[in-house]
Design a protein around this ligand. Structure first.
Ligand SMILES: *Cc1c(COP(=O)(O)O)cnc(C)c1O
Length: 415
């Protein structure tokens, strides 16, 4: 097994042979359920889930069986031909959205958002409308179009000139969207919860107001459900937590439960805009990807995971809020379902590292926020264990803060 490769060797090979666009931390060799093991055999409770990807956790028996069986039966046929699983997956997703809608499959979140942008442009093309308004502090991917839709300088810097046809407005600010509309605007693109942007949920008034604004101006409401889709909020799709129906939306991350698969769903008549020759991808919705995604959807359904995401989300959120009440350097705990952020008044990376020492895997995002996106299968006991690790790490972090303050005060006395 790969246990024979020492982690120093792996790190050395990364430094030598991989383009340094990531800054990886731990070397993992095995996962099971909500648990991960590193190369030294230390175990972690995984509240990162491969960045909200592992909806069913690691090595879920139903997922493993589906992927293994499909790999041995039919892996790939190309989209030049039919196969039953793509039809079944599309039918299952449409049933969770609105009647008459249709699906397109691809391989990642960025590609799913590209499809959203392309379908919107094709829709508006004959009327000279092409502009997409997205949000400041959003995240939509790393392709040229999706990084342009991403309203963050740090994502765009160095890749200019950016494609034209994008404007920005402020999340949770309807007036800002109203002001950004021009005669060329065709669509707005938003997340139900800005995830990379610091786990900031939309307000109900904002999303419902945006739907009304789009209707008023004949604009498409596009939603990026790459991170909040597939049960993360306790609903199939994040917008369902807000009783809002978009015209089209993207999926990826949780959909494949670890197998790369993305999707775009669009309502009628928008869904018939992309005719043969206008869009496509070789791997999109191949039998193996569809088998993985169907195993995810079936397990969420059969195991009643949407209900347990809601219940465990409230438990976990209450625990985080209790922590926030205890420490003055925690500004807020915010989220819904199983996507939560602990907002600090300072950089969160040191706390992420303390959490790793305490055996809880999370990620610092947007500089000062610890993001929690555990697998949807977490149990009440897992939530308790995570909160206990947080308790220990926060006490240690608080100790460091007190010490630094005492030190600074001592320095102050001397001068
Ligand atoms: C991760 C993410 C993306 C990009 O997905 P990739 O699969 O990395 O291309 C887009 N939008 C949101 C909201 C995401 O969280």
């Amino acid at each position: 097994m790969n246990m024979t490769i020492p982690s120093d060797q792996v790190k050395h090979d990364y430094a030598t042979y991989l383009i340094p666009n990531y800054a990886p931390n731990l070397v993992f060799t095995r996962g099971e359920g909500v648990r991960l093991w590193d190369a030294d055999g230390k175990s972690y409770l995984d509240f990162l889930a491969g960045i909200a990807v592992l909806a069913l956790g690691h090595a879920h028996p139903a997922w493993v069986a589906a992927v293994r069986d499909q790999a041995a039966t039919l892996t790939h046929v190309s989209n030049l031909h039919f196969h039953p699983l793509q039809a079944e997956l599309a039918r299952s997703l449409v049933a969770k959205f609105v009647p008459g809608s249709k699906a397109f499959f691809c391989n990642s979140g960025a590609e799913a958002n590209e499809a959203l942008i392309k379908i919107a442009r094709k829709w508006g093309h004959d009327h000279g409308r092409f502009e997409v308004i997205s949000c400041c502090n959003s995240f939509h991917g790393r392709t040229l179009a999706t990084l342009t839709a991403t309203g963050q300088d740090k994502v765009q810097k160095g890749f200019e000139p950016l494609p034209s046809g994008f404007r920005y407005a402020e999340f949770n600010n309807l007036d800002s969207f109203r002001r950004a509309i021009t005669p060329q605007t065709v669509a707005v693109l938003v997340e139900a919860v800005q995830a990379e942007g610091g786990v900031l949920p939309a307000t109900r008034e904002f999303l419902q107001g945006l739907r009304a604004l789009c209707d008023e101006h004949g604009l498409l409401l596009l939603m990026d459900e790459v991170q909040c889709g597939i049960g993360r909020t306790g609903h199939w799709f994040g917008f369902q937590a807000y009783d809002v129906v978009p015209d089209a939306f993207s999926l990826a991350k949780g959909l494949g439960g670890g197998f790369p698969v993305g999707a775009m769903l669009a309502r009628a008549p928008l869904c018939d805009v992309l005719q043969p020759g206008t869009h496509g991808t070789t791997y999109g919705g191949n039998p193996l990807a569809c088998a993985a995604a169907l195993a995810v959807l079936r397990t969420i359904e059969e195991d009643g995971l949407l209900a347990s995401v809601l219940a465990n989300g409230v438990r976990f959120g209450d625990g985080l809020k209790a922590l926030a009440a205890r420490y003055p350097w925690i500004k807020e705990a915010r989220g819904l379902g199983l996507i939560w952020g602990l907002v600090l008044d300072r950089p969160a990376k040191p706390l992420e590292l303390l959490l790793i020492e305490e055996g809880l895997l999370t990620v610092a995002t947007s500089v000062s926020v610890i993001r929690f996106v555990p697998p949807l299968i977490v149990s009440e006991a897992d939530v308790r264990e995570a909160l206990a690790a947080l308790d220990r790490a926060c006490a240690r972090f608080d100790g460091q803060i007190q010490q630094a303050a005492a030190h600074a005060a001592g320095e102050g006395v001397k001068t």
